[in-house]
Design a protein around this ligand. Sequence first.
Ligand SMILES: [Zn+2]
Length: 259
Amino acid sequence: MRQDLLPPDVREILEERPKPLEAEIHDPPSTHFRLAAGYLDLDNGWHRDFVVRELTGRDEEALGKVTKVGSMMIEILQRGLVSVGPYKSPEIADGLVAGDWETVLLAIRVVTFGETADFAPTCRSCARSYEVTVHLLDDIAKTELTEPSDLHFTVEGRHGTMYHLMLPLGSTQRKMLQATDLSVAEQNTMLLVDCIERVGDRPSLGKETVLNMPLADRREVLRQVIERRPGPRLQEVTTVCPSCGAENNLPLSIAALFQ
Ligand SMILES: [Zn+2]
């Protein structure tokens, strides 16, 4: 019907009719982030930019079927990670540096629930509890790894043995998250099997090599693998008590940030 044929008052009513509500009710936060290390492709290309997406009700239904925390983290990463550089997920997840699994999970947390998390810690000095908001992108220190060559390093053992190592990748991180039935020592063995490339000028024989390492060497190698791990340092977040000014540790875990 032509509107200029309608009486003026009817035309007015039609023009004032409210528009249908738009489905998009908020602007999604930026989905582009940067890895703390990077993804090394088969042509030695080093990619640091990645894209994640917001989790939805469909994801929540799928995650509801997963009971173990470690498997839940794997599922969230595979669902939320869209791409790294020109590469599409989920195939590349295993090729990321292990510590960057936490970089990616933190980014998925941010686009799904926001950039902040609220806590109510109790001060270790004055025992008062207080409220604190942690900004997940600004308040958490990161260890970065700028060069692909930094993936490889050496550690000298107590008797002069040189251990040639590579930082663990996502494939190791996946195994560790699934290995909840293993003791801590067995998990450490699993980690070292994947990290040790050579001992002196001999290639590693895997578990055989790791189990025969002197205990002091094993601990030192493990300490350096953990210390060099790129990614957010979730265990090192501190807050200041507003009552007495004391600094309190507020160790975070990725799993807790998704609860
Ligand atoms: Zn205090």
